[in-house]
Design a protein around this ligand. Structure first.
Ligand SMILES: [Zn+2]
Length: 259
């Protein structure tokens, strides 16, 4: 049986169902029943998003990521990113359940035109946190709406996301927010630089796999239900990787979960 494909607008209603709060008001998605069934009962919920790790790259390089492969082999769905398939638009969709016509985000310095999950959490006495690198969508856009924004200022090529992972685990342990979201940008950077189909991406995917393993172990100990997905994919462009179109390489992303 082919893996079902669902819209990325389903992510916010899924988080809301797990945390027993209403979905954001303009959400058009539906809770993903498989994820809700498995993660309900978790005290908290986290989204880990390796940027631009689409189904296209997963098909090419899954052997470089044995930890993620184990999770995906156990359970996964495929999600279709909303148009245009770029970072701020799809992270905005993750936290609103709405597409661009409703959330209004085209760039990370803009303001949401609809309710986000952070307002819904606050209305229920719950807290949301965003952790990411300085200058990225996670801090410049999502972090402005989250109650807590963890920002890592130093970009160190290749290992930059390890400092984000350190801070994420620190925020999770010290503040125990009900909802936690992070963007791990290395995958997007290296797919742009080398093209998704280049074997030069492999060492970076191995690093990302180890990073995800460390994050999942740390968060599971703190009773987080964890969803791993990407904001969009990438396709091979002229000399570098690119995205933004409605082709499957840009649009289809894997989504798995664990606790
Ligand atoms: Zn992205």
């Amino acid at each position: 049986m082919p893996t079902p494909i669902y819209p990325l607008t389903n992510v916010a209603p899924t988080i809301a169902a797990i945390l027993d709060i209403p979905a954001p008001a303009q959400s058009t998605g539906e809770p993903l029943a498989e994820i809700v069934a498995d993660l309900t009962g978790s005290e908290r919920c986290a989204i880990l998003a390796p940027d631009a790790l689409g189904m296209y790259q997963w098909g090419l390089w899954h052997q470089a990521m044995p930890f993620l492969g184990l999770l995906i082999n156990q359970r996964h769905v495929v999600l279709r990113a909303v148009m245009p398939t770029i970072t701020p638009v799809n992270f905005a969709t993750m936290v609103t359940g709405a597409d661009q016509s409703a959330h209004g985000i085209q760039a990370k310095d803009e303001d949401f035109q609809c309710e986000t999950i952070f307002e819904v959490l606050a209305a229920d006495g719950k807290r949301g946190a965003a952790v990411g690198q300085e200058g990225c969508t996670m801090t410049d856009l999502i972090g402005r709406w989250a109650e807590c924004c963890g920002q890592v200022g130093k970009r160190a090529p290749r290992y930059e996301d390890d400092t984000v992972a350190d801070m994420l685990l620190e925020v999770a342990a010290e503040d125990t927010p009900d909802f936690l979201i992070t963007q791990l940008v290395t995958t997007d950077d290296i797919f742009h630089e080398f093209k998704p189909s280049s074997p030069q991406v492999v060492p970076h995917l191995q690093d990302m796999d180890a990073r995800l393993n460390r994050l999942v172990e740390g968060l599971a100990e703190l009773d987080y239900g964890i969803i791993i997905l990407s904001d969009h994919g990438q396709h091979d462009g002229d000399g570098r990787g690119t995205h933004g179109s409605d082709c499957d390489e840009d649009s289809l992303v894997p989504c798995t979960w664990t606790k």
